[in-house]
Design a protein around this ligand. Structure first.
Ligand code: G6P
Length: 369
């Protein structure tokens, strides 16, 4: 078993550390920065549909749904296509309005999630074209969709999804950039910057993974907290949800993810000196806003654990702890900010003696309703 885990204590840790490689595999042969190209057969087959889509509906469950939320920001920003993201389980029972000009993107690591599969069948019946993003080759969802792109992240064994999530986000980035470029929405120089920067992401993650001392240190301090709050804005709002989900899944600590600005409409009432608040705050268009959110937490004596860019001194002065991530373009930010949150939840779960790879009550794929 230890050989299968490649010397790591758990599959989850192995899978976290595999991300430079798994994202590299996701991008390989598709992202060709020197030629200024993104090549994806599935998208090519489907290009007219995607370019003319009046709306994209993204469906998924769990972590895959979070990848869909990240994609909503990316697609609307770059490709200017309206996007709706739905839990497959809600979509399928809600008599959704779908037309032939809607494209449905179904996201699933396993390709076997019952609700997602049923939602695809419903959307197909109503005339939508379905594009799948799956990790498991030949899975039911991969077979049920009209076209698609595999994430190529390799087998994911840990129940809590890590490398599949970043691979999903990477594929969605590729698709959005490709469509935006085809639609003539990107300045050539910006397009090339996007391609080059996406290509750098695996190396940046590798650098970040050289030390997990900081997330381990923070885990030790907060492992006994009964609650955690995760806050983010924009592209990093879904990262906050995903960070909270990771912690719940494997450590059984109650955690909530929130858009930072919504804190004042409820969660702020929970903040006192016992509440750890993880704030995802890399440099972005909303940096000043998130700085004020951190001040609001500190004014109530909450403990702030901030995810910031390397060398950020402004937040370092206010926060109780910072974990640094490499700088990148805003659209790619979730690929980097997700990493320390995975490590933080991993270390907390191990310190609490939890079964990290097989948390109680959870299954790797939920093939029944
Ligand atoms: C289960 C797994 C999650 C996963 C979700 C959706 O709940 O434990 O890790 O995100 O199903 O699975 P899928 O295979 O469709 O991505």
């Amino acid at each position: 078993a230890s050989i299968e885990k490649g010397g790591y204590d758990h599959f989850m840790l192995k899978e976290i550390y595999e991300q430079p490689k798994s994202i590299g595999d996701t991008l390989r042969g598709r992202l060709l920065p020197e030629q200024g190209l993104i090549q994806m057969d599935g998208v090519y087959q489907f290009q007219e549909k995607l370019l003319n889509a009046q709306r994209i509906i993204i469906i998924g469950c769990g972590t895959s749904w979070h990848a869909g939320l990240v994609a909503e920001y990316i697609f609307e920003e770059l490709a200017r296509i309206p996007v709706e993201v739905e839990y497959a389980s809600e979509f399928r029972y809600r008599n959704p309005v779908i037309t032939e000009r809607d494209v449905v993107i179904a996201i699933s690591q396993s390709g076997e999630t019952a609700d997602t599969l049923a939602a695809i069948k419903l959307a197909k019946e109503r005339g939508a074209t379905i594009f799948g993003i799956c990790n498991v080759v030949g899975s039911s969802i991969a077979r049920e969709t009209h076209a698609g792109a595999y994430t190529h992240a390799g087998p994911e064994i840990g129940v809590a999804s890590t490398k599949a999530f970043t691979a999903q986000v990477a594929v969605l980035n590729l698709i959005a950039i490709k469509l935006a470029h085809k639609k003539g929405l990107l300045k050539e120089s910006y397009y090339h910057r996007l391609l080059n920067e996406l290509n750098e992401i695996p190396r940046k993650i590798e650098d970040m993974l050289k030390s997990d001392a900081q997330s381990r240190y923070i885990a030790e301090l907060y492992k006994d907290a009964p609650n955690f709050l995760y806050l983010g804005r924009g592209y990093n709002f879904p990262v906050a949800l995903e960070g909270a989900l990771k912690l719940k899944e494997i450590s059984y600590i109650h955690a909530e993810g929130y858009p930072a600005a919504e804190m004042k409409h409820g969660p702020i009432a929970l903040i006192d000196e016992n509440m750890p608040v993880v704030v995802i705050a890399p440099k972005s268009g909303q940096y000043d806003k998130i700085v004020s959110n951190i001040q609001e937490v500190k004014a109530r004596e909450g403990k702030v654990i901030a995810i910031v860019n390397d060398g950020d001194s402004e937040i370092a002065k206010m926060a109780d702890h910072v974990i640094e991530v490499k700088d990148t373009m805003e659209v790619f930010s979730p690929l980097l900010t997700t990493i320390p949150l995975q490590l933080l939840s991993y270390h907390i779960a191990v310190m609490r003696g939890c079964n990290v790879d097989q948390p109680r009550n959870l299954a790797k794929s939920v093939t029944v309703e």
